[in-house]
Write a protein that binds this ligand. Sequence first.
Ligand SMILES: CC1=C(CCC(=O)O)c2cc3nc(cc4[nH]c(cc5[nH]c(cc1n2)c(C)c5CCC(=O)O)c(CCC(=O)O)c4C)C(CCC(=O)O)=C3C
Ligand SMILES: [Fe+2]
Length: 363
Amino acid sequence: MPDTAPYDALLLVSFGGPEGPDDVVPFLENVTRGRGIPPERLKEVGAHYFQFGGVSPINGQCRDLIAALRQDFADTGVKLPIYWGNRNWTPFLADTLAEMEADGVRRALAVFTSAYSSYSGCRQYREDLAAALAKSGTAIQIDKIRPYFNDPGFVEPMADAVAAAVAGLPEPARIGPRLVFVTHSLPRDYAETSGPGGGAYVAQHLEVARLVAEGVSRRTGLVLPHELVFCSRSGSPRTPWLEPDVNDHLREIKAQGATGVVLAPIGFVSDHMEVVYDLDVQAAETAQEIGLPIARAATVGTDPRFVGALRRLVIERAAVARGEIEGGALSGVVGRLRPFPDVCPLNCCPNPRAPLPAVAGED
Ligand SMILES: CC1=C(CCC(=O)O)c2cc3nc(cc4[nH]c(cc5[nH]c(cc1n2)c(C)c5CCC(=O)O)c(CCC(=O)O)c4C)C(CCC(=O)O)=C3C
Ligand SMILES: [Fe+2]
């Protein structure tokens, strides 16, 4: 039986999303509290959710991932109970931690639904956990698994998905489409300070884009041009964010003569609102308007290779916690970047406003 000591539980930590029209405004208030998002942008984002009946797909996708992990754990003899808590909507992390403590959990391993290093996708979750411990008055010790962008179980399903999307394009677009890799935009300063030495967010995505493009060329025999672009920009228009925006980029490459595009949302682990709205509605409209055929590749979701990768990362992290191996020794990584740290170093992905307590780091 795989050894997951010293952990008593796995805690899936995610963003949360509204589950009905009445949830939309309070959810957005939770997301944007103290973040200087202009009211016009909030109205616009609210309208995206209302267009989907006020329901974000993200909570259902977390439930599906947990169900798949439970089945995988049962099949492989991993005896770790799985809990779930969110930053912005029910089940809130503080409530989940209270439940865990009542169940006797003393030491938990967190898995974030973000594969990359950034304030929003890593430290902010570490801060959320510290705040939730304080709020719930619990004393659970919480570690996290390392960033998993370069795990083969994350990269391989995406290469399959992109190859399938290429095949799904109409003739003649499928002969030589551009692979447009998409992730969430960030304020430039968040990107510059991301990861242990800075610059990790973009470096990690460029590496995944390169690996997936390579996988696609092995699968299809085509060597396709690829680039990394960004979606879902918010904040003040005066703050510089990562560019180009996916819509601007589609116009640009159409003008350069592109005949077809595969959009590959490598920044996300499931088809949540950023994917089903920002790509499937907005970018699809742009493409339609300029007459550029596009196909959107699936995210990893509950692909068994991804689920298996999370299980290996959990088993590996437990062995690291017991002092038996180093991070990366069991689960392994693909490509040119090293395994990222299991324990976030001091000042990794710093809070852009003010330092706050965070779990699972040296600080
Ligand atoms: C890097 C990153 C990820 C990926 C990593 C991860 O997954 O964690 C991510 C995921 C998500 N972002 C989400 C939703 C939103 N993000 C917003 C705002 C922001 N995101 C940011 C960054 C990221 N966000 C940033 C720098 C802001 C500006 C404000 C701030 O500094 O915090 C806003 C406010 C309105 C607006 O869009 O302006 C909303 C509603 C949802 C839920 C989707 C659903 O409901 O299905 C998910 C998974
Ligand atoms: Fe976001």
